[in-house]
Design a protein around this ligand. Structure first.
Ligand code: PGA
Length: 251
């Protein structure tokens, strides 16, 4: 059963997602939270920072796991996801940096790094709530459209559509890494709860297609229709516009 929350705009959607995370952390101080990167979660992270500064929430005992990282970018590179997390969340909250886990994009051996990350996830135990964004091509984490669904953490080739979408953060398209290390879809589906966050008109079609269309690895997010845990989709009116038009009964 999927719950839909349609917010007025991206600020309200971010606040709503932050409040859902805060509620989970406040009821379990050592919660394991799954985090995502990209433009979409920025408002949510800003709200979590504000709540932490106002002592409405503490991350002291929280463990975080991230979905993915570019291959080849040092954690100090300003487009690495390690840097993103530090700048947009971790350095502003009371989380213990030793309790934050992100795949290493510059390991000597990418396949061993996948094993290491799977072991980290195994050792941490279940993720209490996993945040997901959605790509324009329906990817979740960096699990790109393919002929199969990935199970565990793996090395992925980024699709042309993702490279184009993410080139906005780099000086030129040529600077966008071509590969990434990504938590597998099988792992994501093992989270106790999933919060899918989507904002903006450009996500409207893929959001509807993923949640109401055919379930196919060509649209990785479509597998979420089979998810057995508690799933909440939080979006703004723009991202929900196709769902509002074609499936108003769910709202
Ligand atoms: P975005 O990326 O938040 O920058 O749109 C989402 C994603 O690719 O998962």
């Amino acid at each position: 059963m999927i719950k839909y929350i349609c917010a007025k705009d991206e600020y309200e959607a971010g606040s709503c997602a932050a409040r859902i995370f805060a509620e989970i952390i406040n009821s379990k101080s050592d919660a394991v939270i799954g985090l995502a990167t990209g433009s979409t979660p920025l408002k949510m992270y800003a709200k979590l920072v504000e709540m932490c500064k106002n002592s409405e929430i503490s991350f002291k005992n929280v463990i975080s796991v991230n979905l993915d990282e570019y291959i080849g970018l040092q954690p100090s590179h300003d487009q690495s996801y390690a840097y993103f997390m530090r700048e947009n969340l971790f350095k502003h909250i009371d989380i213990n940096p030793d309790n934050t886990f992100i795949p290493n994009g510059v390991s000597q051996d990418d396949l061993s790094e996948c094993d290491r990350y799977n072991n980290v996830l195994e050792k941490i135990g279940g993720v209490d709530v996993q945040l997901l964004g959605i790509g324009h091509n329906g990817h979740i984490a960096f699990n790109e459209p393919n002929s199969f669904f990935t199970k565990d953490t793996s090395i992925v080739d980024l699709s042309e559509s993702t490279i184009n979408a993410n080139s906005r953060f780099f000086i030129s398209k040529n600077d966008v890494p071509r590969r990434a290390i990504s938590m597998g879809i099988g792992r994501i589906l093992r989270s106790k709860r999933i919060l899918l966050l989507a904002t903006g008109e450009s996500k409207a079609k893929i959001l509807e297609e993923s949640l109401f269309g055919r379930i196919t690895p060509q649209i990785p997010a479509s597998i979420l229709q089979f998810y057995q845990g508690e799933m909440i989709v939080v979006g703004d009116k723009a991202a929900f516009s196709e769902i509002i038009k074609n499936h108003p009964e769910v709202l």
